[in-house]
Design a binder for this molecule. Structure first.
Ligand code: AMP
Length: 380
């Protein structure tokens, strides 16, 4: 469906066009008119569904009709689980707001970096995108006030809870005005998420989009049978053989991620690691260089990879399988996004075979497993 029928202003339609969005995604089609009308929304949707624009666009529109925010009193609050997602949500708000007649200031705040520069920049912020812990720190420093928040967004609510932010979220809810609009997005609707929906949302419009089943359709999946010792050489072989220029490799631990990066570099392949032991500066820089094509390989752990939003990422490699089938789908969903096709490769050891069968069963798709004995990995 075209964006022009959803009730958004011309200034937003212009920005949408410049972003290259031609048609509204299903979640946008349903959420935008509902949010504009002032309804609460519960979106069961994953990264890749277009959920960010689904809330950013109507919020920007609504803020045009309100008076500018008073210093420190933010009007819209978006809570997110990770720094990476915070930065990406801020970017979406910024990109979509550039033509608005009444300027909207969006700012992302997150932990892992010093708090002072964030406090200094906060003045006049309309839309605050925050991880829960850092937000509470800023509130304790008197740098932000939540008493005039009119719209609350809980983005990837299930992940926020999985990361242990429940207590922080409850503290934040208690600081918000009772009368407000609430938008909650989550890939799943289990236990604690359901409690939040029941206690914080008022007659929400529920929108469910089938991202999980539809994501793998665009993705060419393949697996290689390999022994643990040969994984490193096979990885290098695949990167070179297929001339992969931008590949996201998943490792299950920080140590493995660092080892992979070390070996790749030793063999002349530019690589960087993205994980929780890296400083925020190093993570942002690695992501920037990867996006710019200066680093061919980014090796990430599941947690650090959450919310990485790179358009048209062509390759994802599971150096190690994730424990849950859901994480597998989430990982490979990094490629084949926004209607572009991509390739997902998994390295399977004999010990992984059974687990990989379960993943395929849960996903409802069979993946071809190729042998590697014939591949010459000497001197790769
Ligand atoms: P999200 O689910 O918000 O992480 O968005 C996934 C990706 O889809 C992002 O790269 C967006 O820029 C892109 N996107 C969002 N909406 C549209 C649209 N209507 N048409 C094309 N791409 C879009």
């Amino acid at each position: 469906m075209s964006f022009s029928t959803l009730g958004l202003s011309q200034a937003l339609l212009k920005a949408i066009k410049e972003q290259g969005y031609t048609a509204a995604y299903p979640i946008q089609e349903q959420a935008i008119p509902a949010v504009l009308k002032g309804s609460d929304v519960l979106g069961i949707a994953q990264t890749g569904s277009g959920k960010t624009a689904a809330f950013a666009l109507p919020i920007l529109d609504l803020l045009q009709k309100k008076a500018a925010s008073r210093n420190r009193f933010v009007k819209a609050l978006v809570l997110v689980p990770t720094r990476e997602l915070a930065v990406q949500v801020e970017e979406t708000f910024y990109n979509l707001s550039i033509h608005l007649p009444q300027k909207v200031k969006t700012m992302a705040v997150y932990g892992g970096v010093s708090i002072n520069p964030q406090m200094m920049k906060l003045s006049g912020t309309d839309v605050l995108v925050a991880t829960p812990g850092r937000l509470l720190d800023l509130i304790d420093h008197n740098a932000v006030k939540l008493s005039e928040v009119e719209i609350l967004v809980l983005d990837e609510a299930d992940k926020m809870l999985n990361l242990g932010f429940k207590e922080e979220m409850d503290r934040i809810f208690a600081l918000l005005p009772a009368k407000r609009q609430n938008l909650l997005f989550s890939a799943t609707l289990g236990g604690d998420v359901k409690t939040i929906v029941d206690t914080q949302l008022h007659n929400p419009l529920t929108i469910e989009v089938e991202a999980e089943a539809s994501v793998p359709e665009l993705i060419d999946q393949v697996a290689y049978q390999v022994s643990t010792e040969k994984k490193g050489p096979l990885l290098r072989y695949l990167i070179n053989q297929e001339n992969m220029q931008q590949v996201l490799v998943f490792a299950s631990s920080i140590r493995t991620a660092d080892n992979i990066v070390g070996k790749l570099k030793k063999n002349g392949i530019e690589a960087a690691a993205l994980h929780g032991d890296k400083s925020q500066g190093a993570r942002t820089e690695a992501l920037k260089q990867f996006k710019a094509g200066k680093i061919r390989v980014l090796v990430a752990t599941d947690l650090a990879s959450r919310g990485i939003d790179i358009k048209f990422l062509p390759y994802v490699i599971n150096y190690e399988l994730p424990r849950s089938p859901k994480d597998y789908v989430h990982r490979i969903g990094r490629t084949g996004r926004a209607e572009a096709s991509g390739k997902a490769v998994s390295l399977i050891t004999p010990e992984d075979a059974h687990h990989f069968k379960i993943i395929q069963k849960k996903m409802g798709k069979q993946v071809t497993i190729l042998p590697t004995d014939e591949i010459d990995l000497q001197g790769v």
